[in-house]
Design a protein around this ligand. Structure first.
Ligand code: GLA
Length: 395
């Protein structure tokens, strides 16, 4: 069965009531920021290339008010039922590695450097973005935190700067050397649009995706293999070293001819990584053209090519993701599936599929059935329209 996305209105009501019960007073601010799914352009952002994500109807939502209890953030997460106390010192401390408060602390530290402060706060947070499912729950947390700081302080910064500040928080406080895509789309997403981002110039273009007959289906394999962070950092390093050998600033500037000319100086694994990046950038730009002319079968084929490349060239897929794509391909266009691929960093998490809206339930049942029988794992599946980026909902 397709999961329903709780509406932003429902989430608003939930955190407002939750705050009141938890702190015995009303919140003053409520803000939200969405998770994302990447339609195409995978492992291209840190190579200064192109990505095409969309914000999804899954959000981190925060209710807050000023606190009278010292110089602390009292941060309650209703999803995990954990409460953290973060001290707002001159240099805000990093928690232990892997601690969820690092994302929050990193963003507060970033704004503090700009002279933007909130003082002590009581916070009640909830998230409908699956945690650790490759749908950027961490970016949603960072960007919603940034949005809260701006709402409370009354000082806003440019949205691109805000995304970069959140990315820096993830690098230096959470230790994940991510690209710019996730924070960017969470901050800048627009309802009914995908966002084509040029990760070099940080310029972006809205790509309308408002054909009601076509939907985006997100299938969470509910697996997360270990070593995700390590593998990610290794891919990033391989790409940067290859760029040096090819004599280009980033792999965004490389082409197949150059790659082949340098083949004897590049080992076969790195060769495959580079080829993926070159072709994935081309696929992303092509995909934008196809979406604009509503050529859904062509878009779908690009998604399958992207998946194959991530599986065989960039080697970031896994058995569970491949199984979903295989079943999607079996259902085919006649059964309502245009295309499907793994999305995000890889090694588990989600697939993204482009489907015919009126077949959504039927496709979901078939995929869930096939996947559960093969893997013994229960997945979660939902559809989403492109949603808005971060918003202040009450102030
Ligand atoms: C993760 C990172 C992004 C991007 C993707 C792969 O989601 O956070 O910056 O690199 O992986 O495309």
């Amino acid at each position: 069965m397709l999961e329903k996305n709780p509406s932003l209105k429902e989430l608003f009501g939930f955190v407002k009531a939750g705050f009141t019960e938890f702190y015995k007073s009303e919140p003053q601010w409520i803000v939200s920021a969405p998770g994302r799914v990447n339609v195409i352009g995978e492992h291209t952002d840190y190579n200064e290339g192109f990505v095409l994500p969309m914000a999804i109807e899954r959000y981190t939502i925060i209710a807050a008010n000023r606190s009278k209890k010292g110089n602390f953030l009292n941060w309650h997460c209703a999803k995990t039922n954990r409460t953290a106390k973060i001290e707002l010192t001159k240099s805000i401390k990093k928690g232990e590695h892997g601690n969820w408060t690092n994302y929050i602390a990193g963003v507060f530290a970033g704004y503090q450097e700009l002279g933007i402060e909130t003082g002590a706060l009581d916070v009640f947070m909830y998230s409908s973005v699956p945690i650790g499912g490759g749908l950027s729950s961490s970016a949603a947390l960072e960007v919603s935190t940034a949005t809260l700081i701006e709402a409370v302080s009354g000082k806003t910064i440019d949205k691109v700067k805000k995304a970069l500040l959140c990315q820096k928080a993830e690098h230096s406080y959470a230790g994940m050397p991510c690209g710019i895509m996730d924070q960017f789309i969470s901050a800048l997403g627009k309802k009914d649009n995908l966002l084509l981002i040029d990760c070099r110039t940080q310029k972006y273009e809205l790509v309308p995706m408002n054909d009601d007959a076509v939907s985006v289906l997100i299938f969470n394999t509910n697996v997360k293999h270990k070593l995700v962070g390590g593998e990610y950092a290794q891919r990033r390093k391989q790409c940067e070293e290859a760029a040096k050998i090819l004599g280009v600033r980033a792999l965004r500037d490389a082409n197949v001819k150059q790659l082949n000319e340098h083949q004897n100086r590049i080992d076969s694994t790195v060769y495959k990584r580079v080829l993926h990046v070159i072709e994935e950038n081309e696929r992303t730009l092509k995909c934008v053209e196809m979406i604009k002319s509503r050529k859904w079968v062509d878009v779908g084929n690009l998604l399958y090519s992207s998946h194959n490349s991530l599986k065989n060239m960039f080697e970031v897929s896994c058995e569970e993701l491949d199984i979903v794509v295989e079943f999607a391909q079996q259902i085919g266009v006649d059964g309502g599936v245009y295309g499907c691929r793994m999305t995000g960093g890889g090694f588990g998490g989600c697939t993204v599929a482009l489907i015919k809206t009126n077949s959504a339930q039927d496709i979901a049942s078939k995929l869930i059935d096939g996947y559960t029988k093969r893997t013994g794992i229960e997945p979660s599946v939902f559809a989403s329209r492109p949603a808005n980026g971060a918003e202040v909902l009450m102030q």
